[in-house]
Design a protein around this ligand. Structure first.
Ligand code: SF4
Length: 410
């Protein structure tokens, strides 16, 4: 009897907390929504922004929040999403289409996409120290571009709604972070909140609102797995999102998701969690992507500036003899390896009747080969710089040179 009472209490308590969380969300939208004629939702397909999107559309459907003059949903497709997240996103787009809500798919231009930028242009894979170009290039810049374009078609201000979520303690401390690693957050989400409104052309016309800012992660899962799929809350295809975060264990694992094989995380947690589920185990070859990105950062695959480098503004660069772009051989080697990984996954997918992956499509492969054939180097590089393994006299930033003791090559 005692146990039963406790269970009832736990269940009722969770429901009450959910209702309170949703109520606060409603209040924030009532307070800020009505002063903005147009709303836009930045949706990454991850758990937080998918919860935000499905909840807002449900609240609009049942008349709990004021309807804006226009609602535009921007789906940020990086071409690097984990497969179950990408599948779930396209199912949710069908759910939205049934309601007459169009989704604009936001993608970086061909030459700036992750694979083309690395393998075609030769820019080394991102890392945490000197070269983190990816978040801005494949997520933020395309979103700014799409939003600027939309703003040009509209009169009045736009409320950009994001899935940024910080939980209760952060709200108490009045902290909103740029970090993507907190509490299972998704890569880039803080950037939408803080960087997007400041962009040229958007300043002054766009405000951002994170109506789930106060939600705890357990509420997000409760909504996606148990509430949103019910007809009374909108019949959303949100259950599949949990797969990318660890299936039934998703809530406990509280993983962060990002690009397949993201080279900036310590561990490939999201992919490991996915492969641990039998229905996704056929994607195991994807585990080879992260080591490949690491390998490409090694000197044998890259060029190096031989000495001091004068920048466009006339000043001397801070890091003489820095390592730079990937050689053509390295790019083509990596292209072959990625295509082989894709081929192995898809052969297994076809034999098991499972969904196929699309790491590099025909257009991207053709463009990569075209850029390599055209001898393309990133800005500031000519391609005549020495290979980074060649030993050179050491040049310091003040111009001093320390000659090699033994004039040998590595
Ligand atoms: S998930 Fe990793 S690779 Fe992808 S944009 Fe974020 S930091 Fe870059």
């Amino acid at each position: 009897m005692k146990l039963e009472q406790l269970d009832l209490f736990a269940d009722g308590g969770r429901r009450m907390q959910m209702t309170e969380s949703i109520e606060l969300t409603v209040q924030s939208l009532q307070a800020y929504g009505s002063s903005h004629p147009h709303w836009a939702i930045a949706w990454s397909g991850g758990k937080d922004s998918s919860a935000t999107l499905s909840l807002i559309v449900y609240l609009l459907d049942v008349g709990r929040i004021p309807r804006p003059q226009s609602l535009t949903v921007f789906y940020a497709d990086t071409r690097q999403e984990l497969l179950p997240l990408s599948i779930a996103a396209y199912q949710i787009m069908d759910d939205l289409a049934e309601r007459g809500i169009a989704v604009e798919i936001v993608m970086a231009p061909l030459d700036k996409r992750f694979m083309v930028y690395i393998l075609g242009r030769g820019v080394p894979p991102p890392n945490n120290n000197t070269l983190r170009w990816c978040t801005r290039q494949i997520k933020i810049d395309p979103m700014q571009e799409a939003l600027s374009h939309r703003l040009a078609q509209l009169d009045g201000n736009v409320l950009m709604i994001t899935g940024v979520r910080q939980g209760e303690s952060a709200i108490r401390d009045r902290r909103i972070e740029m970090s993507c690693g907190k509490d299972g957050a998704e890569c880039g989400q803080g950037w939408y909140q803080q960087v997007l409104p400041e962009a040229k052309g958007l300043r002054g016309r766009i405000a951002t609102l994170a109506p789930l800012l106060h939600w705890r992660v357990c509420h997000v899962w409760e909504w996606l797995k148990h509430w949103a799929p019910q007809a009374e809350f909108g019949d959303w295809s949100t259950v599949g999102i949990a797969d990318a975060y660890g299936g039934d264990e998703a809530e406990e694992i509280n993983a962060r998701t990002g690009c397949t094989g993201c080279s900036l995380t310590d561990k490939d947690m999201a992919l490991d969690n996915l492969l641990a589920q039998s229905q996704w185990a056929y994607l195991a070859p994807l585990k080879q992507i992260r080591p490949l990105w690491r390998e490409l950062r090694e000197p044998q695959h890259r060029l190096r500036k031989p000495g001091l480098e004068r920048l466009k503004n006339g000043t001397i660069a801070k890091n003489p003899q820095r390592m730079g772009p990937l050689t053509f051989e390295a790019r083509l080697m990596a292209l072959d390896r990625i295509l082989a990984i894709q081929c192995a996954c898809n052969a297994a997918a076809l034999s098991q009747g499972r969904p196929v992956i699309d790491l590099i499509n025909a257009e991207e492969e053709a463009r990569i080969r075209e850029l390599v054939a055209a001898g393309t180097w990133p800005d500031g590089w000519e391609g005549d710089e020495p290979l980074a393994t060649i030993l050179l006299d050491v040049v310091y930033q003040n111009g001093a040179v320390q000659p090699l003791l033994f004039g040998a090559e590595a």
